[in-house]
Design a protein around this ligand. Structure first.
Ligand SMILES: Nc1ncnc2c1ncn2[C@@H]1O[C@H](COP(=O)(O)OP(=O)(O)OP(=O)(O)O)[C@@H](O)[C@H]1O
Length: 268
C-alpha cells in the first residue's frame, strides 16, 4: 500500500477552554484533491496548522508522507506548500518579485531560481502580468499569485486554506482550473479547506466533513450522497451527520472572513 500524504491519529488541540480539534483521525491519500469541509469554527484551520507543523499538537500524531511532524519538523516543512487565509503577497512588489521572495525563503538553489519562479508564474497563468506591481492585481490574480508562491518550492503536498473565499464565480473557477492543472501535471497532493459545498462536490475526490472539532463523515462526495439516498446533496449529508444546517452552524462568522478578503482584494 502506498504511504498516505497525511495521516492524523487522535489529533487534538485546545485554546484555553476551547477544544478546536477533538480527536481527529484522518488519512489523505497521495496524489488526490482532498477537501476538508466545515462551517466557521469547525477546526479546519487548526487541523491544517498542525499538519504544517506551525502549531504543536496537544495530543495525537501527524505524519506527512510517513514522516512524524513533531520529530521531523524541518523535513516535513520542505514537503509542504501552504497558502493561508491571510494575505501573503506584498502589493509593492511585482508578481515575479513576490514569487522570487518565496523561492529564497524556501532555499530554491540560486541557479534554478529564475526558471522555477517563471515556471510557477506560468502554472498559474500570470506570466504576462508578472512584472507589474501586485497592487494592480484583481482578487483572483492575487490568489493565483499566492498559489505560485506556494508552488515555487515544488512541494509534494499543497495546502490551501479557503482558496476561493471572497472571489466572484469567474475568479473562483479560474483558481480551481489552475489547482486541477497543477495536480494533473505534477501529481502532487492537494488538501483544501472550503465552505463551498458545491466546489467540494465538483473538484474534490474525497472529502471530510468537520463539525465542532470532529470528523463526522469521510468519503467521496458521491459515496456520501449515495449513503443518504437519491437526490441528496452534501449539505443534506452535513445536516444528517451533525443535526445542524450547514449555514446555521456557520453562525455568521464567515461573513467577516468574506468581508476581510473582499477588502483585501486589491493590495497596496
Ligand atoms: N488562536 C486562537 N485562540 C483562541 N481560539 C482560537 C484560536 N484559533 C482558533 N480558535 C478557536 O478554535 C475553534 C476552531 O477554529 P478554526 O479556525 O480552526 O476553525 P475553522 O474551521 O478553520 O474556521 P474558519 O473558517 O473560521 O477558519 C474556534 O472556536 C475558534 O474560535
Amino acid at each position: 500500500m502506498t504511504t498516505p500524504a497525511v495521516r492524523c491519529a487522535g489529533l487534538r488541540h485546545a485554546f484555553g477552554d476551547t477544544v478546536a480539534v477533538d480527536g481527529v483521525d484522518l488519512e489523505i491519500p497521495a496524489g488526490r484533491i482532498f477537501g476538508l469541509l466545515g462551517p466557521n469554527g469547525a477546526g479546519k484551520t487548526t487541523t491544517i496548522r498542525m499538519i504544517t507543523t506551525l502549531l504543536p499538537a496537544k495530543a495525537g500524531a501527524v505524519e506527512v508522507f510517513g514522516l512524524d511532524a513533531a520529530r521531523r519538523k524541518m523535513r516535513v516543512r520542505r514537503l509542504i506548500g501552504y497558502v493561508p487565509q491571510q494575505l501573503s503577497a506584498d502589493g509593492a512588489l511585482s508578481g515575479r518579485e513576490n514569487v522570487a521572495l518565496f523561492a529564497r525563503l524556501f532555499d530554491v538553489p540560486r541557479r534554478e531560481r529564475a526558471e522555477q519562479v517563471d515556471n510557477a508564474l506560468g502554472a498559474v497563468g500570470l506570466r504576462s502580468d508578472a512584472d507589474r506591481p501586485a497592487s494592480t492585481y484583481s482578487g483572483g490574480m492575487i490568489r493565483r499569485l499566492e498559489l505560485a508562491q506556494a508552488l515555487v518550492s515544488a512541494p509534494r503536498l499543497l495546502i490551501l486554506d479557503e482558496p476561493t473565499i471572497g472571489l466572484d464565480p469567474v475568479a473562483r473557477s479560474s483558481v480551481w482550473e489552475r489547482i486541477e492543472q497543477v495536480r494533473a501535471d505534477t501529481g502532487m497532493t492537494v488538501l483544501v479547506t472550503t465552505h463551498y459545498m458545491d466546489e467540494a462536490e465538483q473538484h474534490c475526490e474525497r472529502v471530510a466533513l468537520m463539525h465542532r472539532g470532529k470528523i463526522r463523515a469521510l468519503g467521496s462526495p458521491a459515496e456520501l450522497r449515495a449513503e443518504l439516498g437519491p437526490g441528496s446533496t452534501l449539505d443534506d449529508v452535513f445536516r444528517a451527520v451533525t443535526g445542524d444546517a450547514f449555514d446555521d452552524a456557520d453562525k455568521g462568522g464567515i461573513r467577516d472572513v468574506r468581508a476581510a478578503r473582499r477588502t483585501a482584494r486589491r493590495l497596496g
